[in-house]
Design a protein around this ligand. Structure first.
Ligand SMILES: Cc1ncc(COP(=O)(O)O)c(C=O)c1O
Length: 414
């Protein structure tokens, strides 16, 4: 039969999180039968409900006369204004709501589309545009670049470089590997980071801005976890706080993680006017924006005391859950002092026990034996092999249950 679909999608596999979900569903009856009903620690989706306030605002907004109609992809004015106010209050960043902010159907959508807007698709490996991505990093980056006909190039995040890699070193490696910096279109950074929970200094953000200016490339900062830092940890910064950042940077924000609104699908991009404009134009041809009541409710939570208090409480909750897991894994033999758990996000990144050859072998075994759903580290890049990620997002009592099962089923670090 004639090949109908393009070269990029032909090699595509279902996104790792949905593969894991499907496999978990398939195994659920047998897991339940042995008292090991699945506990999901895979997707980064907190189980707690969003603030009641935002739910109420949504219901109220749905009653409005014109709320059911098409919106604009850019976003309603009240949302854009609320975002501008948030960026000002939280980071001291001034933005023009009309030219420097655009709403997104979740930040994943925006990231995928900006990557698509940058790359001139080709299957010729000698010509493909390159996007620099953190490794380990959010699993979607690599696929977004590949499916757009470009080439992802790993920037390794290691303990040795304190998860803030020397970017000029990356250029040297890239050239050593036979690629020219002329092919590079953008650098993606993500702090606090998924899956490591690593944070970066403001000085590092400045270096990233300087690097992108020097090499004339776009800086894409993914700030999905910017509000998820624990008490005592330094607050995370927006890259737009750096002087002149708007010349080269766009930043992506999400309502998903701070307010537990993962299913609502709303976020925003802001920063460099040209990049926001191009992304906006592209989006105007492929989507028609976010349901207005969602925009209305989201705009109300953004600068509210209720919203800010909710984030503080959510971070306390993540920290409490992390402690349960950290204490438990210590008892299971993991050297948690050496691992130094992060003070941001709800992720924990741990090495697999030595007797397993690959991350997947370990996470498959834990799922089949104990019903605990983890993500193999290699899903986050080649530097993730030998590790696994746990999203500490289930209920607190389930965290205890996770440890109880792992002990009972003999998952010790040996
Ligand atoms: C680093 C990072 N960026 C972006 C996203 C996408 O979030 P959303 O599309 O819900 O805004 C995620 C989701 O897990 C993420 O981990």
């Amino acid at each position: 039969m004639k090949e109908l679909f393009n070269n990029y999608v032909q090699s595509l596999e279902t996104y790792i999180m949905f593969q894991i979900k499907q496999e978990t569903q398939r195994l659920t009856p047998e897991l339940k039968a042995k008292d090991r009903a699945p506990i999901s620690l895979s997707m980064g989706a907190p189980v707690e409900r969003p603030p009641q306030f935002v739910n109420d605002k949504l219901v109220e907004a749905m009653q409005g006369d014109t709320m059911h109609t098409y919106t604009t992809p850019k976003g309603e004015n009240y949302l854009l204004q609320a975002i501008a106010k948030r960026m000002q209050n939280r980071f001291g960043v001034e933005l023009n709501p009309q030219t420097e902010i655009f709403s997104l159907i979740g930040s994943k959508e925006g990231l995928a589309n900006i990557v698509r807007a940058l790359i001139n698709a080709t299957t010729d490996k000698n010509k493909q545009d390159i996007i620099l991505i953190p490794d380990p990093g959010y699993a979607s980056y690599k696929i977004m670049v590949e499916v757009s006909g470009g080439m992802p190039y790993s920037v390794p995040l290691t303990k040795e470089n304190n998860y803030m890699p020397d970017l000029e070193e990356t250029v040297k490696n890239l050239e050593k590997d036979g690629y020219s910096m002329d092919r590079v279109k953008a650098l993606i950074i993500n702090y606090p980071n998924n899956p490591l929970g690593a944070i970066c200094t403001k000085d590092y953000l400045k270096k990233a801005v300087e690097f992108c200016k020097k090499h004339n490339i776009l800086l894409i900062s993914d700030a999905a976890y910017v509000d998820l830092t624990f008490e005592g940890a330094p607050k995370a910064h927006s890259v737009l706080e750096i002087e002149g950042a708007k010349d080269v940077a766009v930043e992506f924000f999400s309502f998903s993680k701070p307010y537990s609104m993962t299913g609502w699908r709303i976020g925003w991009v802001c920063g460099n006017e040209e990049a926001v404009g191009v992304l906006g134009k592209l989006k105007s041809t492929i989507d028609t924006g976010i349901y207005k009541p969602i925009q209305k409710a989201a705009s109300e939570i953004l600068n509210s005391k209720i919203g800010d208090d909710y984030i503080v409480e959510a971070n306390k909750r993540f920290e409490r859950k992390q402690k349960i897991i950290v204490d438990g894994f210590k008892e299971l033999g993991w050297d948690m002092d050496k691992i130094n758990p992060p003070k941001a996000t709800f992720y924990l990144w741990l090495p697999i026990p030595k007797k397993y050859k690959t991350s997947k072998e370990f996470t498959d075994d834990v799922l089949k034996t104990s019903g605990i759903v983890l993500v193999p580290g290699n899903a986050f890049g080649k530097n993730g092999e030998g590790w696994f990620r746990m999203s500490i997002v289930a209920a607190e009592e389930q965290m205890h249950e996770v440890i109880r099962r792992l002990k009972e089923d003999g998952f010790y670090f040996e």
